[in-house]
Unconditional design. Structure first.
Length: 448
């Protein structure tokens, strides 16, 4: 019995020792690193990527069909307005002019014939009219028979009708001449269109068709593309912005542009165009909806790249990323983004303190609010250092950039706020927990 008693006593002491050890382990301070609330300038940005393209680009097509027999330019050439770019084989159009020209001459000859016939008919009309008038007097004097009078009258009426018909024929001849001359003008225009000239001062950015290839030209519609002309002195970046961010972007917003071809260089730009409709063609629910935004590259920001050997720093199709600066706040209280957290109702203590008021939050009250279908706005928190413990503060945030977030309410300048580690701030750390402040680099060394 005595031996059993000692076993029980020793076992009880071991259990007490384990409980005390566990208790001491539970109260071990949480190692954190901190940063003070200071004032910064925060610029909210919307990031997107896309391709560089000329602000003005023309697709040169042919109005007439045929084979390209001469091509006077190549990619990269500078052209002036009125320079000859290429020539379409003109044989068919030369033949058309000759044919239409012959038709014009034939129409004019027919017109002259009709005019001569009209003059002859007018002379016959005058003669028949004189005969009719003489016979009318003779008929009144009963010198000729009714039959002779009727015959002269019929001949006079027929001559008059013939003159009217020939006059109509002459007018028709005039219209035929106008029609054939219009056809001749059209044929000449078609022949002129076999010579394709530059409409503007520009650079040949792309050759689509080559010498010897055939092109289709449809007047009034889009024909075969031969080449493209672009003003490479005015370039822009066309990017796709997600629907969640497009409402933040406005015309004339400043943008920083990074081009893959120029590492560690940033160029300035300005938003010039925002699409009103999305560029999504699909109907799937999972379809990503983007809007096209165009950002003009400001020449003053890349003038230093221009030289005799590099007259055009940016080429159409280059990849670029854009940070559009949508909002800017200067001299505002801020903290690193990782210092801000949100918590659900189960992780809240009974007291949450802010500079404005003290809010009593109890689980049962939240449950009642949920039962009453009331919607509680998600709150944001930070943890301030107070006598080696974490003090949970309600804050109101504003805009943010890639690293820092604006604090509108809840903190004061100079307060020391816990910024990491991330797992502690976002999950495990609670109000009044005991903490130990260490350097950031030492903390991560310990974790490793």
């Amino acid at each position: 019995m005595k031996k059993l008693r000692w076993i029980i006593i020793i076992g009880t002491l071991l259990i007490i020792a384990v409980v005390m050890y566990k208790s001491m382990q539970g109260s071990k301070p949480i190692e954190v690193y901190t940063q003070k609330v200071i004032k910064r300038t925060i610029i909210e940005t919307v990031s997107a990527s896309g391709k560089i393209q000329p602000e003005t680009e023309l697709k040169i097509t042919s109005d007439v069909s045929g084979e390209i027999v001469e091509l006077y330019v190549k990619e990269g050439d500078q052209v002036k307005k009125g320079d000859l770019l290429c020539r379409i084989k003109p044989d068919v159009y030369v033949s058309a002019i000759e044919r239409v020209n012959a038709n014009v001459n034939s129409t004019k000859a027919n017109f002259n014939t009709a005019k001569a016939q009209l003059e002859q008919a007018k002379a016959n009309l005058a003669n028949n009219e004189a005969i009719f008038k003489r016979n009318q007097k003779l008929f009144e004097q009963e010198a000729i028979s009714q039959q002779d009078f009727d015959a002269s009258k019929a001949q006079y009426e027929a001559s008059k009708a013939n003159v009217q018909a020939l006059e109509a024929g002459v007018k028709a001849g005039e219209f035929n001449i106008q029609s054939s001359e219009a056809s001749l003008k059209e044929a000449n225009n078609n022949l002129e269109k076999t010579y394709i000239y530059s409409p503007v001062d520009a650079t040949v950015s792309k050759l689509v068709s080559r010498k010897g290839e055939r092109v289709v030209g449809v007047t009034g519609m889009t024909g075969t593309e031969i080449l493209r002309l672009a003003n490479l002195n005015e370039m822009e970046v066309s990017v796709d912005v997600n629907e969640n961010d497009i409402i933040k972007v406005h015309k004339n917003d400043t943008a920083l542009v990074e081009v893959d071809a120029y590492i560690d260089k940033a160029f300035k730009g300005i938003v010039t165009e925002i699409a009103n409709s999305s560029n999504s063609n699909g109907t799937s629910i999972d379809q990503v909806t983007n809007f096209t935004v165009k950002v003009r590259l400001l020449r003053s920001s890349y003038n230093y790249l221009i030289s005799e050997k590099n007259t055009v720093p940016f080429r159409p199709g280059m990849s670029a990323s854009v940070d559009i600066q949508t909002r800017r706040v200067s001299n505002t209280l801020s903290l690193p983004i990782q210092a801000i957290t949100t918590r659900n109702k189960d992780s809240l203590k009974t007291k949450i303190v802010s500079d404005e008021d003290e809010i009593e939050v109890k689980n049962e009250n939240i449950d009642k609010e949920n039962e009453n279908n009331s919607t509680e706005k998600i709150k944001e928190f930070v943890f301030m250092i107070e006598k080696n413990t974490a003090k949970q503060l309600v804050v109101k945030t504003g805009i943010q950039d890639n690293d820092y977030i604006e604090l509108i309410l809840g903190v004061k300048e100079g307060q020391e706020i816990i910024c990491g580690p991330y797992n502690a701030v976002s999950r495990s750390l609670k109000d009044k927990d005991i903490i130990k402040v260490v350097k950031k680099e030492d903390l991560f060394k310990t974790e490793q």
